[in-house]
Design a protein around this ligand. Structure first.
Ligand SMILES: O=C[C@H](O)COP(=O)(O)O
Length: 249
């Protein structure tokens, strides 16, 4: 049973130049002509975000940031606060992506602070969680996910909107994906723990899968009970690929 709305997010990571705004325009034009029942979000690199927001005016695509600082403003060279994302018209912010956890030593507590900052700014955090390969191999997947949900989801999520991105770290950019049963089990566990944490808001919280989602496997993954959408990296860069994933939802 699906209660939460469908949410498909394209995370461009550190890819894309000004000319690639055309990909966003193509996605938006297609969705305007043939709307879907759900939300499509693109998170381009920070250099393109304001341009992307302007490009999607009157198109059914939302724009998001890929990370934020937990503070509103201050002497934090190179960082971007949730308030700044709001100021340029972004609607979502990814927090806790495993690439940030690894490169910048972000832990669950800092992810929680960032998610709180996004909610305080009136935006929607996409809170990323997921087990590493060694955690999976040692049978710790469900306990790792439980701890991540408990520690990363802030109190404010009882009132505001959030999304959870389940991304097994070993599936990101690797071409490997978990089995349908494994994805289903993980999403069901995440929903259960989320309900313990935020009560009924859990029912309307999209829990989306990320990790090597592509046109050839999107229908199968997106049809899994408990999967409310996708968090797509490499296959979101070209309008044709991303649209075929969106249309599979
Ligand atoms: O944020 C997106 C994920 O890290 C998935 O990336 P990928 O689709 O390239 O595996």
């Amino acid at each position: 049973m699906k209660n939460a709305k469908s949410l498909i997010v394209g995370n461009w990571k550190m890819n894309g130049l000004r000319q690639d705004i055309d990909q966003i325009l193509a996605i938006g034009a297609s969705l305007k002509e043939n709307p879907i029942d759900g939300e499509v979000v693109i998170c381009p690199p920070a250099t393109l975000t304001a341009l992307a927001v302007d490009a999607v005016t009157n198109l059914p695509v939302k724009i998001g940031g890929q990370d934020c600082h937990a503070a509103k403003a201050g002497a934090y060279t190179g960082d971007i606060s949730a308030e700044k994302w709001k100021d340029i018209g972004a609607k979502y912010v990814i927090v806790g992506h495993s690439e940030r956890r690894e490169s910048y030593s972000e832990d669950n507590i800092s992810v929680r602070s960032k998610a709180k900052a996004v909610l305080d700014a009136g935006l929607i955090p996409i809170i990323c969680i997921g087990e590493s390969l060694s955690e999976r191999d040692s049978g710790e997947t469900l306990s790792v996910l439980t701890k991540q949900v408990r520690e990363c989801v802030p109190e404010e999520a009882k009132k505001g909107s959030i999304a959870i991105g389940y991304e097994p770290v070993w599936a990101i950019g690797s071409g490997k994906t978990p089995s349908v049963d494994d994805i289903s089990e993980a999403h069901s566990l995440i929903r259960h723990v989320l309900t313990e944490e935020i009560g009924d808001r859990s029912k309307v919280t999209p829990i989306i899968y990320g990790g090597s989602m592509k046109p050839s496997n999107a229908s199968e993954i997106l049809a899994i009970d408990g999967v409310d959408g996708g968090l797509v990296g490499g296959a979101s860069l070209k309008a044709e690929d991303f649209l075929s994933i969106i249309r599979a939802s």
